[in-house]
Write a protein that binds this ligand. Structure first.
Ligand code: SF4
Length: 338
């Protein structure tokens, strides 16, 4: 590991000053430490932001309008098991609990979950080229080991996927990321927070240098509570990243779809959502025919890279299955455990 300067400010202003000077924030450390030990990230300054949790950044609070405010420093496990999250956003709770392991969820923070980096094997091997790690060096995954890689939204420069489960549910739930810097605050709609690789695969998100995520706002989603499902297809039942995941939520009037939310993980550089496909479901009967049409619309333009060709039929089937499961009812509403 390279030598670095380490600071632990006691207040938000101190953290913002460090970030403005180019320091890399660390909270749970469940991704950054691995990257530093492998020599993939070599920050010269690291700022520990855990002490500012006492400024309210670790709270999960009722927003007063049916929504919730998730502190950036709240731990993933505390978020998933929080009574208000379980009651109002069972989709989010399921997605978080599908990720990582209990030990990692106890340490990982909500802000860190958004900023975790791809698990592309070439990105983690500092001895090989990778456009995301070293722009302009190439993308060996395109003709190499690409079983985990993107089928949507990739560019010739990078075909990596975003590894989060939590973010897939946050995308489906129309979350908004709140950030703060020395010169002010701003809000970023979740669909604009993560990027597609395009010409700049080294940039994962639209977070600007010097900005700190303070919290994630969730709007009222009461109409989706009784009909949601998170399906994650992976190599083994726990502690594995998604090959394909689907967060699905329906607002139903009997069998008729009033509204739908569908987001995919494991298929692109960001959680993938096509809102037009959701609108086309409105007014249709919930069932395999409508869900298959939605899946085909969502996957328009998808392509494989060899080892991940299987993701095309897998994603289509997973979308249909997630929507069928959501139609039957959210797990707790069916009195089942998932
Ligand atoms: Fe690097 Fe992206 Fe290519 Fe992986 S897919 S080797 S992260 S450029």
């Amino acid at each position: 590991m390279n030598p670095f300067n380490f600071t632990q400010p006691k207040d938000v202003e101190g953290v913002l000053s460090q970030l403005a000077n180019g320091a890399r924030p660390i909270a749970g450390g469940t991704n950054l430490l691995d990257l530093m030990k492998e020599g993939v990230m070599t920050p010269s300054q690291v700022v520990d932001i855990n002490a500012i949790a006492t400024a309210g950044l670790d709270r999960i609070e009722d927003a007063g309008d049916g929504g919730l405010r998730l502190g950036a420093l709240a731990r993933n496990a505390d978020t998933a098991y929080h009574p208000l999250v379980r009651e109002r956003y069972p989709l989010l709770s399921s997605a978080i609990l599908a990720g990582a392991s209990p030990q990692l969820r106890n340490m990982a923070t909500n802000g860190g979950n958004l900023l975790q980096r791809t698990r592309c094997v070439y990105f983690y091997d500092a001895g090989v080229p990778c456009n995301k790690r070293e722009p302009g060096t190439g993308c060996p995954a395109k003709h190499g080991v690409n079983r985990q890689h993107a089928i949507l939204g990739a560019s010739e420069h990078c075909i990596a996927t975003h590894p989060s489960d939590m973010c897939v549910a946050l995308r489906a739930l129309d979350a908004v990321v709140h950030v703060r810097a020395k010169d002010g605050e701003r809000e970023i709609p979740f669909g604009e927070f993560h990027r597609l690789p395009g010409e700049r695969p080294e940039l994962d998100s639209t977070l600007r240098p010097g900005e700190l995520i303070t919290h994630i706002a969730l709007p009222d989603a009461a109409r989706f509570v009784d009909h949601s499902a998170y399906i994650k297809v992976r190599e083994r039942l726990s502690y594995a990243f998604a090959l394909v995941s689907v967060a699905a939520a329906l607002d139903l009037d009997g069998d008729t779809i009033r509204a739908a939310r569908i987001a995919l993980g494991g298929v692109a550089h960001k959680p993938w959502r096509i809102e037009e496909a959701e609108r086309e479901l409105e007014g249709r009967q919930a069932g395999e025919a409508a869900f298959t049409a939605a899946a085909e619309r969502i996957l328009q333009g998808a392509r494989g890279w060899g080892q991940n060709d299987f993701k095309l039929p897998l994603a289509k089937n997973a979308i249909v299955q997630a929507l069928m499961s959501a139609t039957r009812g959210t797990a707790y509403a069916r009195g089942e455990k998932e």
